[in-house]
Write a protein that binds this ligand. Structure first.
Ligand code: NAI
Length: 418
């Protein structure tokens, strides 16, 4: 057996492990390192600043872009990743670990004052601010990409109001993002961080999942696979039915509140767990949020109800209610998979395809010549990312035969024997 010493090139490189597990971005680097499609463009990136985002920023930079980056959440920044990127010429950080909410907003504004050409956004953080506070910059932005549902909601509202000043690709809504990142990435990383923070089992517990969209479906499915009794709450009757036929119990939050051991919100909405629910919860109930903003669990309600708080272990805020019950909130109600003390965000393999889709969309925007507005990512780009991922996995798909392609195109099915 050879030496098991760490590769000396990896030892000081906080991106090395992520890079090794990001074959899709690696393929883009290999294809575009010489071509440098982003030469002369400044790309702004707002995202959770962990290693896989670092590999994405590195990919843009290798393809010729000057990159300015800022966090999309003040608590999810990994300092060693920021320092590693910031020392590269042509890459500049507007971020550091442990920013206050005010510093976080100031950093995003400072970034926007540098007049980026493209914006790769998360939660519509930069795109909303550039329109609200830097309209002269918005007028010269070539285009943007959005990676999460919360950002799409804001962009749809902006598009409806006719205020969007440039074209934006809704990368969040691609099949590659929806089928893998949201379901598997959020599902696995949320529960992994609940388990590692609490050092408690999921097996045998009653886990209440609020919201049965892409994220909630992943969380509920993975919780059940770990042996939990799962309860889903919804406001959309179709999603509730889907949860029912998928084998979860459907209930209102008022019904579920007294039963749950662990509550995980993933709705993109506010006050999903609030005072009337907390009043009914058992001693020791644990609350976590996977939605983008820290508004899904009504923190002001918890603060008003509690006579004091404590920190029984890192990443847990315990609310002591006057009747003796204790309610444990993880990661201060922020994204549990990204902002807790042990959080690393989504698995790298998942972020590789999501960032691959954002990269392909951003590159396309340079030549797409689109009017201002919110657009779906062209299907050919999503397929390209899927093909690259399949290649990396050593898997192949069949090709349509000429007769099959013709059959799809023939609305009369004239030669059908039926
Ligand atoms: P989605 O739109 O697919 O699903 C949300 C579901 O919540 C919908 O079915 C909706 O009917 C339901 N809902 C809305 N209000 C509700 C309420 N009061 N009670 C119960 N259900 C309610 O959205 P998706 O993609 O699942 O995203 C959810 C949130 O998670 C968003 O904020 C998104 O930005 C965020 N997100 C977080 C990630 C992470 O890493 N933690 C990754 C991807 C998305």
């Amino acid at each position: 057996m050879g030496s098991t010493d760490a590769d000396p090139t990896d030892a000081n490189d906080p991106l090395a492990w992520a890079r090794d597990h990001a074959p899709v971005l690696g393929e883009f680097v290999a294809a575009d390192r010489e071509r440098r499609p982003f030469d002369g463009y400044t790309v702004a990136v707002a995202s959770h600043l962990e290693a896989s985002t670092g590999v994405f920023i590195e990919t843009l930079h290798e393809a010729g872009a000057a990159v300015l980056f800022a966090p999309s959440e003040p608590e999810s920044t990994h300092g060693e990743v920021v320092r590693e990127l910031d020392r590269r010429e042509g890459v500049e950080a507007f971020a550091r670990e442990g920013m206050t909410d005010e510093e976080f907003a100031d950093a995003q504004h400072s970034l926007l004052e540098r007049e980026p050409d493209l914006i790769c956004d998360d939660g519509c953080e930069l795109i909303a601010k550039v329109h609200a506070d830097h309209p002269e910059v918005a007028r010269v932005v070539v285009g943007g990409c959005e990676q999460t549902t919360a950002g799409i909601h804001r962009l749809e509202a902006m598009d409806d109001d006719g205020v969007l000043a440039f074209p934006v690709y809704g990368v969040n809504d691609t099949p590659m993002k929806r089928l893998f990142d949201d379901v598997h990435g959020t599902g696995e990383s949320s529960l992994a961080n609940v388990m590692i923070t609490t050092n408690a089992t999921i097996a045998g517990k009653t886990v209440v999942v609020a919201g049965y969209g892409h994220c909630g479906r992943g969380i509920a499915r993975k919780a059940r696979a770990l042996g939990a009794h799962t309860v889903v709450t919804e406001v959309d009757p179709r999603k509730a039915l889907q949860a029912h036929v998928d084998g979860h119990r459907v209930a209102t939050m008022a019904e579920a509140a007294p039963e749950g051991d662990l509550f995980v919100t993933g709705t993109g909405n506010r006050d999903v767990i609030r005072e009337e629910h907390v009043r009914e919860m058992a001693d020791g109930a644990t609350l976590a949020n996977s939605g983008h903003f820290d508004v899904e669990i009504a923190l002001p309600d918890l603060e008003r109800m509690a006579e004091r708080t404590s920190t029984p272990t890192a990443g847990v805020t315990r609310y002591h209610l006057p009747d003796g019950r204790r309610i444990d909130l993880l990661a201060e109600g922020r994204l549990v998979n990204l902002t807790g003390p042990y959080s690393q965000g989504h698995p790298i393999e998942v972020m590789d395809t999501t960032f691959g889709a954002i990269y392909a969309a951003a590159r396309d925007l340079l030549d797409a010549d689109l009017a201002a507005g919110l657009y779906s990512v062209p299907d050919r780009l999503d397929r390209l990312v899927a093909e690259r991922k399949l290649d990396a996995l050593g898997l192949s798909v069949d090709e349509l035969t000429a007769a099959q392609a013709e059959y799809y195109d023939d609305w009369e099915h004239a030669d059908s024997s039926f």
